[in-house]
Design a protein around this ligand. Structure first.
Ligand code: SF4
Ligand code: FES
Length: 250
């Protein structure tokens, strides 16, 4: 296949950026989207030009690094997959593909398709953890029975890979799907219940402080999420937040 690529190029955070046109030739339908970009970059390097900067790590749908808009859709046209799992058979010979970084004030562009998502790390640092007694008297986790239905919901929430597609897709740049997945994952399990009140208050406060918007109620985040995190988590986080606000002295 031969493809026309419109790729966002931005030299740094202060550069205003622009689209540049490239051609990808001899693209196999079996290649992944990132492999196609690798080949474009190899050609650019061979020509002595600056390769397109994009994030990637695991290339198997686990790390959440390969974040980009492809033809206006976060992680491209497939549902429930990350960009690294998207294959070129999804496109046709002669197609024009527009590739852009996430667009959200809380995710500033570092270079080309790479954005700074450390705001997510700071939200996790505000409460997305369980404090564990490491004195040697730690209770065996298996001694705390967990109802199967709760374990399943916690596991589903825990599949969030922190990619940020929910934020980039939301017209309010809301991080509520991400934060609610992290809150739910812990609030549903006995180990997470000890700190559940301060956790939800601190994480929501940090989310607001980092400049993410409120939930737009459109559900776009759930549709574009590569891990199909459910909106039910946002409802659970709102209940957790309300309960914590009413009983907290904060
Ligand atoms: S909720 Fe989904 S879209 Fe948002 S960060 Fe987690 S995996 Fe990515
Ligand atoms: S590179 Fe890790 S999820 Fe795509």
């Amino acid at each position: 296949m031969k493809l026309n690529l419109r790729i966002w190029r931005q030299d740094g955070p202060k550069d205003s950026g622009r689209f540049e046109n490239y051609t990808a030739e001899n693209v196999s339908p079996d290649e992944s989207f990132l492999e196609m970009l690798d080949e474009v970059n190899e050609k650019l390097v061979a020509e002595g030009k600056d390769p397109v900067a994009f994030d990637h790590d695991c290339r198997e749908g686990i790390c959440g690094m390969c974040s980009m808009f492809i033809n206006g859709e976060a992680h491209g046209p497939d549902r429930g997959v990350t960009t690294c799992q998207l294959h070129m058979r999804r496109f046709k010979d002669g197609d024009t593909i527009t590739i852009e970084p996430w667009r959200a004030a809380a995710f500033p562009v570092i270079k080309d398709l790479v954005v700074d998502r450390t705001a997510f790390d700071r939200i996790i640092q505000a409460g997305g953890f369980v404090s564990v007694n490491t004195s040697g008297n730690t209770q065996d986790a298996n001694s705390l029975p967990v109802p199967k239905a709760d374990a399943d919901k916690a596991f589903d929430a825990a599949t969030c890979i922190g990619c940020g597609a929910c934020v980039a897709t939301c017209k309010n740049s809301s991080a509520m799907l991400f934060v609610s997945a992290k809150v739910s994952q812990l609030a549903l399990l006995p180990q997470g219940k000890v700190e559940r009140q301060e956790r939800v208050l601190n994480m929501v406060e940090k989310m607001d402080e980092e400049g993410f918007g409120n939930c737009s109620n459109t559900g776009a985040c759930e549709i574009e999420c590569p891990k199909e995190i459910s909106l039910d988590n946002i409802a659970r986080m709102n209940r957790e937040y309300l309960r914590a606000s009413l009983s907290s002295e904060k």
